[in-house]
Design a protein around this ligand. Structure first.
Ligand code: UDP
Length: 244
């Protein structure tokens, strides 16, 4: 018989969930799918009700990516500023849907925008986490030339998270792109060193290196599977575990 939720011991006390912009699009090609956000918010609530504290770093690729802007002739730094603004839009949407599901959430932005949300500070984030609120971290690192994956590794380390959970569209890290190569196989476990040496595209090297330095495990899993966040957290379901 399954034990009631409250009596289960979660594997991690505090996690950093990285949600890419793509994860918010659903079947669409752009923007935010409210249905998907409702589903993700429900799953997030389920996980925090196990007693897990959660920070969420939000991407912006569903709206704007700096590299694409740069490719079409814009200066990279300027394009990245637009990308960072995209992450704030997503963060405000995720904040709304989590609160709608009955859990307190606070968006904090690395790019201060006080009329929209609180500016990010470690103290503010820890304060909210301590109160059981879900903290949504917008603006990535607050600097151009970085990604929100690096933002996730940075905030994961800064906020003493026990694991970084990287939600993607694929159920782990594969030897090759499984959409292009049918012989690709999924790694169950890898070290940070191996992930860097193999140049695996799932996260950028800066993010892997930062996680390695701070000995933070990374769990790569697919958000498309229902109940995926909790399953990955509990070591069930398909995922790749990147460990020191
Ligand atoms: N970005 C940035 N600095 C950061 C994080 C993000 O300049 O620290 C910009 C960058 O242009 C990036 C965009 O924000 O392309 C969206 O972030 P990302 O591509 O990481 O989003 P995801 O792929 O997770 O949706």
């Amino acid at each position: 018989m399954t034990a009631p939720l409250a009596t289960r011991t979660p594997r991690f006390k505090r996690i950093l969930l990285k949600l890419s912009g793509e994860a918010l699009m659903g079947d669409g090609k752009y923007g935010i799918a409210p249905k998907i956000l409702q589903q993700i918010a429900t799953e997030i609530r389920e996980v925090v009700e196990l007693g897990v504290e959660m920070g969420i770093v939000i991407g912006g690729g569903n709206i704007f990516r700096g590299v694409s802007g740069a490719a079409s002739g814009m200066e990279r730094a300027q394009a990245d500023y637009i990308g960072m603004l995209a992450t704030v839009m997503n963060a405000l949407a995720v904040e709304f849907y989590i609160e709608k599901r009955g859990r307190a959430a606070r968006a904090l932005s690395a790019v201060p925008m006080p009329s929209l949300c609180q500016p990010y500070s470690r103290q503010a984030a820890l304060h909210h986490l301590g109160k059981g609120r879900i903290v949504i971290l917008a603006g990535g690192t607050g600097n151009p030339f970085f990604t929100t994956d690096t933002g996730a590794a940075l905030r994961g380390a800064e906020l003493s998270c026990d694991a970084i959970m990287k939600a993607t569209q694929v159920d782990g890290i594969y030897t090759a792109d499984p959409k292009k190569d049918p012989t690709a196989t999924r790694y169950e476990k890898l070290t940070h060193d191996e992930a860097i040496a193999k140049n695996l595209a799932v996260m950028d090297t800066a993010a892997f290196a930062l996680a390695r330095e701070n000995r933070i495990p990374i769990i790569v899993f697919s958000i498309a599977e229902p109940g995926a966040i909790r399953a990955a957290l509990e070591g069930r379901g398909k995922a790749t575990y990147v460990v020191p």
